[in-house]
Design a protein around this ligand. Structure first.
Ligand code: FAD
Length: 217
């Protein structure tokens, strides 16, 4: 693990509150699904952010949502190219085990909001991955960079408009669809979504060792 000051290369604003920070990579080696601790250079407050970019991309990217009552995300929102951030990492074990990648494994990725970030990195990093990605969002404008996924594999579950691929929450999608018992299920986002989705997956017969979760808040 390294601890570094690194420059912002670019900021991509995706919505009024959500943005991608492109940061100098400085040779960081990571596994898709890992996160970093990130804060404004010199600030004592840092938070965890999943790595959004692929392992071979030239820069390190994170997808951040500014939380209205938040501290660090608000400061990150104000950053511009050439500003410096402090990074520790990579950290965490929300990764796909090598043995799952052999053979004909299938993966169900279930996310809410910016919880799509580690899956973006996995999809970019692992060619030929047999995945289906459920993205729980309120409205379709939160379908962050959806063009970067195979349209046959990405399912926007919109709870407040009808413009997604499925109208309802990810849990409604799970309730109304069959899921093969051998599917490796990875869940990332807010605690309530993960708890409810895990209960449903267990009811559908998915074994504990096929369930993996990363709770954001
Ligand atoms: C392993 C891990 C990876 C994470 N990866 C990401 C990521 O890729 N992108 C990202 O945007 N966040 C991610 N988070 C959440 C992030 O670490 C911060 O909690 C978030 O940015 C809020 O920090 P803050 O200092 O602005 O707010 P704080 O002052 O820490 O929190 C203010 C309040 O907002 C709540 N909150 C936190 N996040 C959200 C949210 N997204 N929506 C609504 N309320 C929220 C907190 O529970 C708290 O009640 C991750 C968290 C973990 C544990």
């Amino acid at each position: 693990m390294s601890d570094n000051f690194q420059k912002i290369l670019n900021v991509r604003n995706l919505t009024n509150s959500t943005f991608v920070l492109e940061i100098e990579k400085n040779g960081m080696i990571f596994e898709p699904g890992q996160h970093i601790l990130l804060g404004k250079a010199g600030d004592i407050h840092h938070r965890e952010y999943s790595i959004y970019s692929g392992v071979d991309d030239p820069s390190l990217e994170v997808l951040v949502k500014e939380v209205e009552e938040g501290d660090v995300s608000k400061k990150l929102k104000r950053l511009k190219s050439n500003d410096e951030v402090e990074i520790q990492g990579p950290l965490g074990f929300f990764t796909i085990e090598e043995e799952f990648l052999n053979g004909d494994s299938s993966f169900l990725f279930i996310s809410s909001g910016t919880g799509i970030s580690p899956f973006h990195s996995m999809v970019k990093s692992i060619p030929g991955l047999n995945y289906k990605l459920l993205h729980g969002i309120r409205t379709i404008d939160e379908a962050y960079e959806k063009d970067q996924y195979d349209p046959d594999r990405y399912i926007a579950c919109t709870s407040r408009d009808n413009n997604g691929d499925f109208h309802g929450r990810v849990t409604d999608y799970i309730k109304s669809h069959d899921i093969d018992k051998n599917t490796h299920c990875y869940l990332c986002g807010n605690f309530e979504m993960i708890r409810d989705a895990m209960d449903l997956l267990e009811e559908k017969g998915i074994a504990q060792d096929h369930l993996h979760a990363e709770v954001y808040f």
